[in-house]
Write a protein that binds this ligand. Sequence first.
Ligand code: FEO
Length: 182
Amino acid sequence: MTKQIITPTRSLSKEIEQLLNHQIMMEGKSSASYLSMASWCESQGYEHSSNLLYSHAEEERGHMLKIFRYVNAAGGHALQPEITGIKNAFGSLREVFEDVLKHEIQVTISINELADQSFKAKDFATFNFLQWFVNEQREEEILARRAVEIFDLIGEEGVGLWMIDQELGKLEAYAAKVSGVK
Ligand code: FEO
């Protein structure tokens, strides 16, 4: 019997597809976390922080969809992640932004690992695709670090928290300017 030759239908490996799906989960979790933070800030009267986080939640959903579409276009199957363990209550506004910084550092580590694995696998299309995320993470870390710094610079006493909220609302423009990404 002659051996049947199966022509591969895609170059995306199962391992890279799995890692991309893991990143989809990370971005989906970012979106859900920031939505929860936005809601908490709104309930506490922090209007500008809340607006910043609502728009950030949308941005993260955009990141998730960008990877979704990439996986399917490459012949894989993007999976809607199960998202659990979202924190809904915070001790302070500062805690919210400290959590944002911690979370963004985790996302950067995950993107770097994915870029490293795709390069090692000679999947240069995925490696190139990920460069946008590498730059985006630099900007997002700048934003989150600056947010935490603002608490120390202004101080939380008296009208401090009101001023901090005002300044946090200006952060998106600041991060884009400093990183030179956009
Ligand atoms: Fe898309 Fe901030 O991770």
